[in-house]
Each structure stands twice: as C-alpha cells, then as structure tokens.
Write a protein that binds this ligand. Structure first.
Ligand code: SAH
Ligand code: SF4
Ligand code: F3S
Length: 471
C-alpha cells in the first residue's frame, strides 16, 4: 500500500472541499445547500454513503431527508440483483420532473452499478439530467468530481480502475449515534460465479489493525453501543498485510476495548470460518452470539458450480461446532434458489439443510443473472415461475422454524439494546443474538441497554417487558 500517495490525494480533496464551500454557497443563492443521499444495497454501501455525507457536510451542505427540497441528490446504487437495479432506474426516472422544475439541482449516481460499463453508458444516454456518475473506486475523489461537474457545467462520468489502495481519514457522518458500521476491509477475491461484487468492488484489501482499532476506540468513546465489523468475507481479514493478526484476533482486540458496548460482524464465508473464531466468540461476552454464515445452497454439485469452495458437510461441521460452543447462538444465512442448472432434487437438499441447521432467519434470493459473471453464461432451463414456487416452499419451511425458535424464547430474559420507535408507545429492541423484541416503553430509553423478559411470541415477532429499573 502506498500511504504517502493516499495522504497526498486526500489532502488535495480537502483543499477542493474548501473551495467548494464557497462555490456551492454562491451557486445556491448565498445559503447552505441541502443534500439528499439515498442508499441501495448492503451495509458496505451504507458505510460508503456515510463517507459521502461526511464529505458533503465538510463542503458546507446540510443533509435533508426530503429530496424535493434538495439542491444535490445522490443515489448510491447496488448491482447485486436485477431487481435492485430496476428500482434505481425507476427512482432516477422520477427525478426528471424535479430537475425540470429546479434547473440548479445536481443529480449524481454512484456506487456498484456505476462500475459496470453498460450501466454507465445507459445512464449517460437515457438520463440526460444526471450530471455526475462515479463508481466505487473513486469515492475518495468525490470533492474533486463534484468540483469538476459544478465548475465545467458539463456532465461527468468517472469510473477509474481499482488502485488497490485504502484511503484512511475520509470524513464520515454516521447515520446512527449508538449503532454503527466499521469497515475492516474492502473488495472481494472470491468470484462466486453468480456474483457481481468482485467485479464492481475490486480486489480484497484489509485495513491495518491499528486503524481499525483506533476507529473502534473512537466509536466507543463517542457512545456507540453496537458496532458491526464489515467486510464481504471478514474471515480472510489480514491477507496481504505484514501482520499476523487474523480476523479472530482482530475481533478479540475490538472486544477488549474498555466500555459498555457489543460487537458483531458480517459477512463470514464458510470456507474461511475457523474454530478459533468460534472459540473467541464463545469466550467473549461483548461479541454477539450471532453468526451470519451464508450457505447459498445445500447441494455439493451446485456449490461447486457456484465456486463456493466448501461442501455441505464442511458447512454443517462449522455450524454444528458453533451451535455446540455458543449457547443461544443465532445462525442466519443467505440462500439462492434456482441457480442455473439446479434441479428440484438439489433444491430439496437446500430444504434439508435448512431443517437440519434451524436458522434464526434467512435472506432468500431467486437467482438473478448478472452481466459479466460466469454463471450468466450457464444454461438455465428452469422458469422463473417454477423457481418462485420453490421459493414459496422454502419460505414455509423457514417460517415454521423461526416461529418455533421464537416460541422457545418466551419466559426468558435477555439483555437488549433499545433501538427505535416501532409505532406509538412501542419500541424495538435487539437481543445480542440479533432478534427484535417489541417493548412498551418510553422513547427516552432508545440507545440504552436494558433487560427484557419475553412475554409473547407471535410467529416470529416477540413481545417483552423491561425487567430492570428504568424510572
Ligand atoms: N459477501 C457475502 C455476500 C454478498 S452479496 C457472502 O459471500 O456471503 C449478498 C447475497 O446476495 C449473497 O450472499 C447471495 O445470497 C446474494 N446474491 C449475490 N449475487 C446474487 C445473484 N446474482 N442472484 C441472486 N442472489 C445473489
Ligand atoms: Fe460475492 Fe462470493 Fe464475494 Fe460474497 S464471497 S461478495 S457472494 S463473490
Ligand atoms: Fe450491492 Fe455493492 Fe453491496 S452490489 S450488495 S451494494 S457491495
């Protein structure tokens, strides 16, 4: 990694940010511009948007939740499935009228979709009112890109190539004040055959442990109570660094920071999930009893086609080890239904695996072909309707498992973090093992740890009452 180069690049961005402060102020009639940022996709994108917001605030912008009021609108996009892309196109289409009524409005698109040439081309051709397009690889240069777009008055597309660098010290504005994301690595090297992420996020690279720990310490100091370490495959953390810190040890070091907080992480790849990691989770009360371990499919033949590099047996071994070591563990997972060439019998192996592991919850996806991935070229004879039927079957199996799991929690008491208002008089709180509990309590409790006894389970919705003293 070339630290001097990254420091120099960011210094230039700081200087441009100062210039932009005046330029934007004047452009919007001697007032602070209002900026709206909408995020699609995964937590990695949420974390990127927090950087974009941090940079916008440094340029003198005020953030707004109302896009009709905004002077600058940015959509941070996701390319993982066709549906995600369609939503972006639909929402960008709706901005046309807004731009017409407010010509000074600056519309920008960034994120994973923009790293695909065919998408960037389509946006340029079909959405002439979009003034700025930039990909994930150049996010650190956002001030410069915005400056160029504003001062040239021309439309600007910047995609750049992955330079493999990590830019430390980009300003950041976190959305939450007690729950926060902490990126420990970027990119992905796994090239699962269905997945666009390595194509749009570049090669895997890890932040230095001292940078991660410094940020974690500052989050704890600022009052964060729930910190999630983020990466596409956290289990391979440290690859390429000249340190012997692996993910399990990094996690332990974060948990060792003094303070009343808890730490979780995502995503774990089963091929690299180690017993050392599970042991460290089991030994450290601050590490949440939650393991998101995507299995994708229960058939070894399909797993091979997916290039997942583990077998069903290996998956079950690590899942069972985790369950045996960590009482009350929540295992969650991602699953793809209808991978090209998957047969109904192979899909039934997925159902069997779900029944055997008994996941707390599942993120379920019907396979979506992505341009540029190798699976997009595989023969795919099963119709979408048929795949949707399989999905219906899977959801029924999972609903029963989730309902049983929730019913088993009734009568027990858990330490929860009170997170938000669900509706009038009702708050949502989260257990350490990532299950939401509805509580009747005043909003002043949001952001605090409480003890809650589960009083009722309605399918997979839990209700509870606070048992510690809070008045
Ligand atoms: N890095 C994570 C997942 C990132 S993408 C991991 O390896 O587990 C999140 C999820 O989207 C994946 O786990 C997969 O289940 C799903 N997904 C990715 N590409 C997909 C595609 N082309 N069609 C359907 N689902 C997909
Ligand atoms: Fe995609 Fe596989 Fe990388 Fe996850 S590990 S981001 S599914 S290529
Ligand atoms: Fe989507 Fe990019 Fe995340 S493709 S899932 S936002 S890494």
């Amino acid at each position: 990694m070339n630290q001097d180069k990254t420091i120099e690049v960011l210094k230039k961005q700081e200087e441009i940010t100062d210039l932009l402060k005046d330029i934007l102020y004047i452009r919007y009639g001697n007032r602070q511009p209002l900026a709206f940022v909408h995020t699609y996709g995964c937590q990695q994108n949420v974390a990127d948007s927090e950087k974009i917001k941090g940079m916008l605030i440094k340029m003198g912008c005020t953030m707004t939740e109302d896009k009709t009021q905004a002077d600058i609108i940015l959509f941070n996009t996701c390319a993982v499935r066709e549906h995600a892309e369609d939503r972006v196109f639909g929402n960008v289409g709706q901005l046309k009228a807004l731009k017409k009524s407010k010509p000074s409005l600056l519309i920008g698109l960034c994120g994973c979709m923009m790293e695909q040439q065919h998408i960037a081309d389509k946006i340029y051709k079909s959405y002439p009112y979009v003034g700025l397009v930039f990909g994930t690889h150049v996010i650190h240069k956002f001030p410069e890109l915005l400056y160029n777009a504003v001062t040239s008055g021309k439309r600007l597309v910047e995609r750049g190539s992955d330079d493999g660098e990590i830019y430390e010290g980009i300003p950041m504005h976190r959305d939450g004040s007690f729950k926060g994301w902490l990126s420990i690595m970027y990119g992905c090297d796994n090239f699962c055959t269905y997945c666009i992420v390595p194509h749009v996020r570049g090669r895997e690279r890890s932040r230095r442990p001292e940078d991660v720990l410094a940020e974690a310490r500052s989050m704890v100091k600022a009052g964060y109570k729930d910190i999630t370490l983020l990466g596409q495959n956290v289990n391979s953390y440290g690859k390429g660094l000249d340190t012997d810190v692996n993910f399990a040890r990094l996690l332990k070091s974060v948990a060792d920071i003094e303070g009343d907080f808890r730490v979780r992480f995502m995503t774990s790849h089963p091929k690299d999930a180690s017993k050392e990691l599970i042991d460290i989770m089991a030994e450290n009360p601050k590490i949440c009893n939650h393991l998101h371990l995507p299995f994708q499919c229960g058939s070894n033949r399909v797993l091979k086609q997916m290039n997942r590099r583990y077998t069903r047996e290996k998956y079950l071994e690590i899942a069972n080890y985790a369950k045996s070591k960590i009482p009350d563990l929540s295992l969650t997972s991602d699953v793809i239904v209808g991978f090209p060439g998957e047969t109904y019998e192979e899909f039934c192996e997925t159902l069997d695996l779900i029944r055997e592991v008994k996941f707390t919850s599942l993120f379920t996806f019907i396979y979506s072909p992505r341009v540029g991935t190798s699976a997009a070229k595989f023969p795919d004879p099963i119709s979408h309707e048929e795949k949707a039927k399989w999905m219906g079957e899977l959801l029924k199996v999972q609903e029963e498992i989730a309902a049983q799991r929730c019913a088993g929690m009734v009568g027990k008491t858990y330490r929860v973090l009170v997170e938000e208002q669900a509706r009038e008089g009702i708050l949502n709180a989260r257990t350490d093992n990532n299950i939401i509990v509805e509580l009747k309590a005043p909003t002043e409790l949001i952001g605090s740890f409480r003890y809650a006894k589960i009083t009722e389970a309605r399918n997979w919705i839990l209700r509870g009452e606070i048992t510690d003293v809070w008045t």
